[in-house]
Design a binder for this molecule. Structure first.
Ligand SMILES: [Fe+2]
Length: 115
């Protein structure tokens, strides 16, 4: 039986438009807030239409030596031109990028997923 992880893809964000790009200071000071920007399509533009869009980004931090990552946030992008008049007739499109603010006492690695 397949498990879900077989369908989680990874790729080079410079060539694949669905890969989240994480931008933040590196290194950061311990226990001091910093901003983390996560976006889709930094190098290869991703569509943002009713039929084809990014629904969400989840950001995780895996502290060094920890068994599991910690979810920093889950960011939903809810408007993609939907309207009672039909697809792409609405006036609003949520952009697929987010800036989170976090701090950590431990070093580690940021990860992001998108759907
Ligand atoms: Fe897509």
């Amino acid at each position: 039986m397949e498990d879900l992880s077989t369908h989680v893809q990874r790729a080079d964000w410079r060539k694949e438009k669905h890969v989240p790009v994480i931008e933040c200071p590196d290194p950061v000071a311990p226990d001091r807030e910093f901003e983390v920007k996560v976006s889709i399509g930094k190098e290869v533009a991703h569509p943002n239409t009713t039929e084809h869009h990014i629904r969400w980004i989840s950001l995780y931090f895996h502290p060094e030596g920890a068994k599991f990552p910690v979810q920093i946030g889950h960011y939903a992008f809810s408007a993609h031109g939907e309207s009672a008049e039909g697809p792409n007739q609405g006036p609003v499109y949520t952009g697929h990028a987010v800036t989170a603010v976090m701090k950590t006492k431990k070093p580690g690695t940021l990860h992001a997923m998108s759907y």
